[in-house]
Design a protein around this ligand. Structure first.
Ligand code: F0G
Length: 363
């Protein structure tokens, strides 16, 4: 009769701001940390994948949405709003439904994956396709939340970061200590902020350290942006961010300052990966590790592979890559080969012999 209870109940003692709030949960969190043997071999380190695609709506956003919607419920909110490249809207729509609230989502016109769009609509959100990019959507959402009785549930809402920090707790709980390096895709920069907070809070708690030695181990935070949407790498906002990884197609991250702090305080780095590198990592994860992710999620692994090529991965280091969203969110990329040509399934009549021939079992 044991079931994972969701991040608010599992980590209640570490989420003081949630005390007294009604718990709105779909039992998010508790996601697997998967040893990645092929990737480990390739980079000469011990790599694990934190597979966040296995959350209820298929992305890590659920960790922050259970907390944001629970706090909104405590305040008596009847409606929530968010800007999104897709996953936040899917998550907000599902958790608002669970809480009996209305949900409005603003998404960049034509630039969100079909799976995510379908989720928001299936859960009854009111969806506006804004003629602009994510950054424009967030500006509008903030103005609406200021002027009207709707709660903003983007990661500028402090409850979001609180919930998302639980992923770092789970990593430490699973490994018995923090990894040496933690790799993440970076878009609006809420998640790198949340992980860093989680690691810092856990490491400063002597009750947590299961290892002998100092309780203060912390990972280096390695964040990766898409090359066409890499404001943190370039040091200035980008007016027209472009990448096939629509989840992280963001030109002016809201948690800019916190992301830079996470990088600098951890002795980490934030670097760019090309769309080609992202798709290469996406294929590697599917074909070599059995883990299907959306392209934006593969940026963490693309970044690790690039860092390895640059000689930056210490041999034998323990590394966690968060893969943030499920491959089924944006499945079209799996149907293309490395050279960009389309994959078409082989057709056979409903007979064993031609099927056997097509499979190479007969010649
Ligand atoms: N990976 C995925 C799959 C995402 O959906 C996002 C962000 C990120 C990584 C980057 O995380 O913004 O905390 O740095 N998606 C947001 C959304 C922007 O609207 O769904 P971040």
């Amino acid at each position: 009769a044991h079931q994972w209870r969701g991040v608010i109940r599992e980590y209640a003692d570490r989420l003081p701001t949630l005390a007294g709030a009604p718990v709105v949960t779909l039992r998010e969190g508790g996601t697997p940390l998967i040893p990645a043997e092929k990737l480990s071999e390739r980079v000469g380190a011990e790599v694990h994948l934190k597979y966040e695609g296995l959350n209820p709506t298929g992305s890590f956003k659920d960790r922050g949405m259970t907390t944001a919607i629970s706090v909104a419920a405590k305040k008596g909110a009847k409606a929530v709003i968010c800007a999104s490249t897709g996953n936040t809207s899917a998550s907000a729509a599902a958790y608002a439904t669970k809480a009996g609230m209305a949900c409005a989502v603003l998404v960049p016109d034509g630039k969100i994956a079909m799976g995510k769009l379908s989720q928001a609509i299936a859960h009854g959100a009111t969806l506006l396709q804004v003629e602009g990019n994510f950054d424009d959507c967030l500006t509008v959402a903030r103005k609406l939340a200021e002027a009207y009785p709707v709660e903003l549930v983007n990661s500028v809402n402090p409850a979001r970061i609180e919930g998302q920090k639980t992923a770092a707790f789970e990593v430490v709980d699973a490994l018995g200590d923090a990894p040496d390096i933690h790799c993440l895709p970076v878009g609006n920069a809420g998640n790198i902020t949340a992980y860093w907070r989680g690691y810092c809070e856990y490491s400063s708690d002597p009750a947590v350290s299961q290892q002998p030695g100092p309780a203060s181990r912390l990972p280096r935070m390695w964040g990766f942006q898409a090359a066409g949407a890499a404001p943190l790498v370039l040091g200035h906002p980008i007016d027209h961010p472009e990448t096939i990884a629509t989840a992280i197609r963001i030109g002016n991250p809201a948690s800019w300052r916190q992301a830079i702090a996470a990088r600098d305080e951890s002795g980490g780095r934030i670097a760019a990966v090309t769309d080609e590198q992202i798709l290469e990592a996406h294929r590697f994860l599917s074909a070599e590790e059995g883990v299907f992710v959306e392209p934006g999620s593969a940026a963490s692994v693309a970044g690790l592979l690039e860092s390895h090529r640059a000689g930056l991965v210490p041999p034998g280091a323990r590394i966690v890559c968060t893969v943030t969203g499920h491959g089924l969110k944006d499945p079209q990329w799996a149907l293309r080969t490395a050279d960009g040509s389309e994959v078409t399934p082989v057709r056979v009549p409903a007979d064993a012999y031609p099927a056997a021939r097509a499979l190479g079992l007969e010649d």
